[in-house]
Structures are given as structure tokens and as C-alpha cells.
Design a protein around this ligand. Structure first.
Ligand code: CUA
Length: 350
């Protein structure tokens, strides 16, 4: 059931969950108004009804009332629990990223928003998406905390440093929608704004093919992988000094402390920036891999991750060509002593 009216002070509803958020919000506003007005009216009524009539009046003592006590405990309890359950269900539908999404990579930077499409298109302060498709955002920041805020979509998500934040939306009508940064991030925070362009699928395809893509995200990642000499140690055939990365994405790996972690975006990012944070069982500590902190920016990290994802588990039926699993055989001890090749050079992209 769609809202039959658009409130003048509310942003329009342009995403699939905007209505859910608004319904809850309006309920809370209505509830607040109801109780504020009721309590105010009661106060006025009682103030008049029980006003002091004589100078020496002594009020009758009041005994407690079990009935009343129960009533004003149980009713608010039910209301509060109702809001809790309702709020939780809305929260989950917002924060649980559904399947079959179109992935967009977002980087916040003082003071701009950068977007990367998996096909290779890059944008600054403007994001083109098709209408009616679920869009998953994987967000990172180069510097301080930012917040991705599109009021018309009812999406607002902090982007704190040091990790990936995911969010999603599905735009329901074509148009241009304001994007803001909703976390004070320095001098030009108020100018860290942009647009989300929601297009018809056909227009979007045309836009995609018209854009000057520099190869897909994974292609860029592969180039970087070679430039940074990652390939020297992470060899496909397992003869390198680092774990084989083929087929690794999404798989569990056992660490040297016995813990098991899943190879996801956050794990890969951390391993690139701080190779000692988690070491795969069988590899030496401290890690022989140098840190790439300062050598790769958040966008390049996303490209590297896209590449590792692209060489991740392949579809069934790959037969003998199936990539190696996550269970790595460590390189022979003798080869782990020397220092690995240092990153070749800075990427030309920055
Ligand atoms: Cu970025 Cu405020």
C-alpha cells in the first residue's frame, strides 16, 4: 500500500524501503503527539477539577490502585515492545543486503565521493544506477569518517576508517537524487555532496557502454597485482612464498592461532595493509610480506579485492582446471627466509 500523500516536509519516497521507514517514523510521531496532547489535556483538566477551593483545605489521602498501576505498566510495555519488534524488522530489511545485487564500490575522501562500477566505469560525486535493481554498496574511506546519506532513499550509513561498510538500496523511480555526507569531516564537509542518477535499464545500459571504462575493476586489480609484484609470491602453482590466491575467496582459512576466518573483503584488505594481523597456518610469523599501507589507496584495494574475487571459486564443472582450494600447503621452510620483493612502484593511478 502506497502512501496516498506526500508530506511537504518529507523527502520523496524513491527506494523500495522508503515507505517502511516512513510508516514507522510517522507512527512514532503520531504516538508522540497523541501522548503529548493527552497528558497536556489531563493536566489542564485535573488542575481545574482539583484546584484548591478553600484556604485550609486538606486533600483526601489516596491509596494506591493496583488496577491503575498494572494498566500504565502493561500498556506502555506493549507499545514499547511493538515499536522494538517493528523497528527491528525495518532495521533488518535495511541492513541485511539481499542476494543478486549489482555491486558498486564507494570511496569517501575529503571531500568527495568516488564510485567504481564492476565494469570499470568510475565516477566522482555522481552515481548512475538502473531503476528497479538492488544495488549493493561496499564503502570505504581514505581518511576520516564520512556518512553516505540519500534522504530520498532513506539510506544513511556511516563510513568509518579501517573497514568496509555495506549498504544497499533499490531505487523505485528514475530521477536525480541528492547525495550528502552526513558526518562532519572537515572544512568542506558541507560541499561533499553529489547526485544519484536513477535511469531506466535501457538508458543505463547505454550509459554503461558509452562510458570510457579502463577495463573492469578486476582487470585493474590484476594489473596492480602485477605492478606491485604480488605475483612474485602468490603464484598460481603454489611454488611461491605466499598462499595461493586462486579459489580462495569466500573460503575459510585456518590461522596460526587456530582460529578460522572467512576470506572476505575485510580480511583481504587487512592482509594487504597489515600482513601480520592474521597469518595463515603454516606460514612464518612475522610475515615476510611487506605492508602495502600508503602504497595502495582504498580504490586500489577494492580493485585488488575484485581481482582476487574474480579468481575465486569458479563455477561447477570446471573439471581439472578447478582452482586450488583454501587449504594451502606452505612453501618449503628454506624459501621463507629471504625478504620478498618490495612493491615495484607506486601505481600510476594516484
Ligand atoms: Cu565527508 Cu562530511
Amino acid at each position: 500500500m502506497a502512501f496516498a500523500f506526500e508530506l511537504p516536509f518529507m523527502p520523496q519516497q524513491a527506494s523500495s524501503y522508503a515507505e517502511k521507514v516512513d510508516n514507522l517514523f510517522l507512527f512514532l510521531v503520531g504516538l508522540t503527539i497523541f501522548f503529548t496532547v493527552s497528558i497536556a489535556l489531563c493536566e489542564i483538566f485535573f488542575a481545574i477539577k482539583y484546584r484548591r477551593r478553600h484556604k485550609n483545605e486538606v486533600p483526601k489521602p489516596i491509596e494506591g490502585s493496583m488496577k491503575l498501576e498494572l494498566l500504565w505498566t502493561i500498556i506502555p510495555f506493549c507499545i514499547a515492545m511493538g515499536i522494538f519488534v517493528w523497528g527491528t524488522s525495518v532495521y533488518f530489511s535495511l541492513y541485511h543486503v539481499p542476494d543478486q545485487t549489482m555491486d558498486i564500490y564507494v570511496t569517501g575522501k575529503q571531500w568527495m565521493w568516488r564510485f567504481q562500477h564492476p565494469e570499470g566505469q568510475r565516477e566522482i560525486n555522481e552515481l548512475h544506477v538502473p531503476v528497479g535493481r538492488r544495488v549493493k554498496l561496499t564503502m570505504a574511506t581514505e581518511d576520516v569518517i564520512h556518512a553516505f546519506f540519500v534522504p530520498d532513499f532513506r539510506i544513511k550509513s556511516d563510513v568509518p576508517p579501517g573497514r568496509y561498510t555495506t549498504a544497499w538500496f533499490e531505487a523505485t523511480k528514475p530521477g536525480r537524487y541528492r547525495l550528502f555526507c552526513a558526518e562532519y569531516c572537515g572544512t568542506n564537509h558541507s560541499r561533499m555532496i553529489g547526485w544519484i542518477d536513477v535511469m531506466d535499464p535501457a538508458d543505463y545500459e547505454a550509459w554503461l557502454s558509452g562510458g570510457a571504462a579502463e577495463g573492469s575493476l578486476a582487470d585493474s586489480g590484476q594489473k596492480l597485482f602485477q605492478q606491485l609484484a604480488c605475483i612474485t609470491c602468490h603464484k598460481t602453482d603454489g611454488s611461491g612464498r605466499g598462499p595461493v590466491l586462486e579459489g580462495l575467496y569466500g573460503k575459510p582459512v585456518t590461522l596460526d592461532n587456530g582460529q578460522t576466518v572467512t576470506v572476505d573483503d575485510t580480511y583481504i584488505r587487512e592482509s594487504i595493509l597489515d600482513s601480520n594481523a592474521k597469518i595463515v597456518n603454516g606460514y612464518q610469523r612475522p610475515s615476510i610480506m611487506p605492508t602495502f599501507k600508503g602504497l595502495v589507496n582504498e580504490e586500489q584495494l577494492l580493485q585488488l579485492i575484485a581481482y582476487i574475487k574474480s579468481i575465486g571459486p569458479q563455477q561447477q564443472g570446471a573439471g581439472g582446471a578447478a582452482p586450488r582450494g583454501a587449504t594451502q600447503t606452505p612453501a618449503s621452510p628454506g624459501t621463507t627466509q629471504s625478504n620478498p620483493v618490495a612493491p615495484a612502484r607506486r601505481s600510476p593511478q594516484q
